[in-house]
Design a protein around this ligand. Structure first.
Ligand code: BGP
Length: 474
C-alpha cells in the first residue's frame, strides 16, 4: 500500500492564496495584473495595475496575514506536506536587482517555521505563474536569455537560505502548459512572454521554454551543490492524450499529442532535446538558439523526481470528419463518450491517473509526486453552516484508489500526493473564488465580498481519516 512516510499533503500557489500583493516590499508580479474572469471567460491581463479594476489576487484569501490560523487547520487535518510557491517578486521585487528583499525572505522563514512546528514538510515551487512584472515589461520574459541568470540568482538565494527547512523543490509550475503556443494566458504567466500579432507563437514559446529548461537544469545542479540533500524536481501538467478510435491514424495522433508533453519532461529527466522535437524544429524552419554550453547544462541538471498535476484526460483524432478543436499539426481535441465533465467542462477520468503513472514510471523510472489533483466545484453553504461536498470526496476517492492500484499492482514509485487548493483560493483560470477546490471553506465570493472566515467542509474529516489510516479507509 502507501509507504509509511508517504507525503499526504495539500497544494496552493503564492499568488492564489497570499494576498498582501504590495506589502513587505513585494514588487508587482504578472499574476497581480490579471483581472477577474468568469466560468468560460478568460481573465484580462492589463499593462500594469489599473486603479479600480478587480484584481482577485491582490487580497486572495489573505494567507499573508492569516497563515498561522490556516496552518493550524491543516495540521488538524493531519497533513504531512504543504506545497506552495515562493512569490519571486517578494524576494526580488523587480527581478533584476542584485540584493534580495530581506522582509520577503523573512516572511518565508516564518511561514516554513510555522509549518515545521506542526510537522508539515514544505514542498516549494520556485515559479508558479508569478514572475516579477518588470521582467516581462523590460525584457520580454523568457524570450530573453538574460532571464536565465535572474532566475538562477533567485533560486540560489532561496535555496541557500532555506536549505535546512525545505528538502523538496520544483522549478517551473506546469511548464508544458505552453506547448503548441496556443494558450495566450499560459504563455504569458509561465514564461512572461506576450506573442504579438503576426508572430509565430509556437516558435517563440519553444525558444522561451528552452531558456526556462536551461534555467531549470542550472538550478538543479546548483541546488545539489548548495546541499546534496535537496531533492529537485520538475512540474508538469499531465493530460494524457487518448486516441479517439483504434484507427491507426488516431493512435499516431495520440503519440504526437503525448510528445507535446514529453518534450518538456524528456529534457528535464534525460537532459537532452529529443529527436522528435529537433526534427519538428527543422521541418518547420524554426531557428531555436542554444549553445554547446547550454546543452551541457541540460545534461548536468537532470531532475531527482517528477512532480505533476493531474485533473483530466484528453482525446485526440486526426480524422477531419470528427468534430473538435484544432491544436495544430492537424490534431483535434474531441469528446470522449466514456467520460463526463465537471461544471467547467473538465473531463473526470480517475483511470487516466493510473495510466499517467504507468507511462511516466516506464519512461523515466524516477520517484513521482502528484502535486495537484482536485475537483473545482460550486459549493453550497447550508443554513447550519455545513458544506456537504460529496462530489469532491467521490472525485478524490476514485483518484486515490487508482494511485493505490498503480502502486500495488503496477509497481510505480509514488512518494506523495498534494491535492490542489486544499483551502479555497482564487482560481487561476477564471480568477473566481467560487470555483472551489478546498477541504476548508473561505467566506468570499466572486465580487470579493465576505468575511474571509474559514470553516471545515465534509471533505475535511474525510481527508483526515484517509491520512490517519494511510489510505486504508478508502
Ligand atoms: C493548474 C495550476 C494551478 C491551478 C489549477 C486549477 O493549471 O497549476 O495554479 O489553479 O490548475 O486551475 P483553476 O484554478 O483554473 O481551476
Amino acid at each position: 500500500m502507501f509507504k509509511s512516510d508517504f507525503l499526504w499533503g495539500g497544494a496552493v500557489a503564492a499568488h492564489q492564496i497570499e494576498g498582501g500583493w504590495d506589502q513587505g516590499g513585494k514588487g508587482v508580479s504578472i499574476a497581480d495584473v490579471m483581472t477577474a474572469g468568469a466560468n468560460g471567460v478568460a481573465r484580462e491581463i492589463t499593462a500594469g495595475v489599473i486603479p479600480g479594476k478587480n484584481y482577485p489576487n491582490h487580497e486572495a484569501i489573505d494567507f499573508y496575514h492569516r497563515y498561522p490560523e490556516d496552518i493550524a487547520l491543516l495540521a488538524e487535518m493531519g497533513l504531512k506536506a504543504f506545497r506552495t510557491s515562493i512569490a519571486w517578486s517578494r524576494i526580488f521585487p523587480k527581478g533584476d536587482e542584485k540584493e534580495p528583499n530581506e522582509a520577503g525572505l523573512q516572511f518565508y522563514d516564518d511561514l516554513f517555521d510555522e509549518l515545521l512546528k506542526h510537522g508539515i514538510e514544505p514542498i516549494i515551487t520556485l515559479s508558479h505563474f508569478e514572475m516579477p512584472y518588470h521582467l516581462h515589461e523590460a525584457y520580454g520574459g523568457f524570450k530573453n536569455k538574460k532571464l536565465i541568470d535572474f532566475f538562477v540568482n533567485f533560486a540560489e538565494v532561496v535555496m541557500t537560505r532555506y536549505q535546512k527547512k525545505v528538502t523538496y523543490w520544483m522549478t517551473f509550475n506546469e511548464i508544458n502548459n505552453q506547448a503548441g503556443g496556443h494558450e495566450a494566458l499560459h504563455n504569458w504567466t509561465n514564461s512572461g512572454v506576450i506573442v504579438a500579432e503576426g508572430e509565430n507563437a509556437e516558435e517563440i514559446i519553444y525558444q522561451a521554454s528552452l531558456y526556462e529548461l536551461i534555467a531549470s537544469a542550472k538550478v538543479v545542479a546548483l541546488g545539489h551543490q548548495i546541499n546534496s540533500n535537496l531533492q529537485i524536481g520538475c512540474m508538469m501538467a499531465y493530460v494524457p492524450v487518448y486516441p479517439y478510435s483504434c484507427n491507426p491514424v488516431d493512435m499516431m495522433a495520440s503519440v504526437k499529442g503525448m510528445n507535446l508533453r514529453f518534450f518538456y519532461n524528456d529534457v528535464h529527466a534525460r537532459g537532452e532535446i529529443p529527436a522528435y522535437t529537433l526534427n519538428e524544429w527543422q521541418r518547420k524552419g524554426y531557428e531555436i538558439e542554444y549553445t554547446a554550453e547550454d546543452l551541457a547544462a541540460l545534461k548536468a541538471g537532470t531532475v531527482d523526481f517528477i512532480g505533476f498535476s493531474y485533473y483530466m484526460s484528453g482525446t485526440v483524432t486526426a480524422n477531419p470528419e470528427v468534430e473538435g478543436h484544432l491544436i495544430g499539426d492537424g490534431l483535434k481535441i474531441t469528446q470522449n463518450e466514456y467520460i463526463k465533465a465537471s461544471d467547467w467542462g473538465w473531463p473526470i477520468d480517475p483511470v487516466g491517473l493510473r495510466y499517467v503513472l504507468n507511462v511516466l514510471e516506464q519512461r523515466y523510472n524516477l520517484p513521482m509526486m502528484i502535486v495537484e489533483n482536485g475537483f473545482g466545484a460550486y459549493d453550497t453553504l447550508e443554513e447550519d453552516g455545513s458544506i456537504n461536498d460529496d462530489y469532491r470526496i467521490n472525485y478524490l476517492t476514485e483518484h486515490i484508489k487508482q494511485m493505490a492500484l498503480a502502486i500495488n499492482e503496477d509497481g510505480v514509485n509514488l512518494i506523495g500526493y498534494t491535492p490542489w487548493g486544499i483551502i479555497d483560493i482564487v482560481s487561476f483560470g477564471t480568477g473566481e473564488m467560487e470555483k472551489r477546490y478546498g477541504f476548508i471553506y473561505v467566506d468570499k465570493d466572486n465580487q470579493g465580498k465576505g468575511t474571509l472566515a474559514r470553516s471545515k467542509k465534509k471533505s475535511f474529516a474525510w481527508y483526515q481519516e484517509v491520512i490517519a489510516t494511510n489510505g486504508g479507509s478508502l
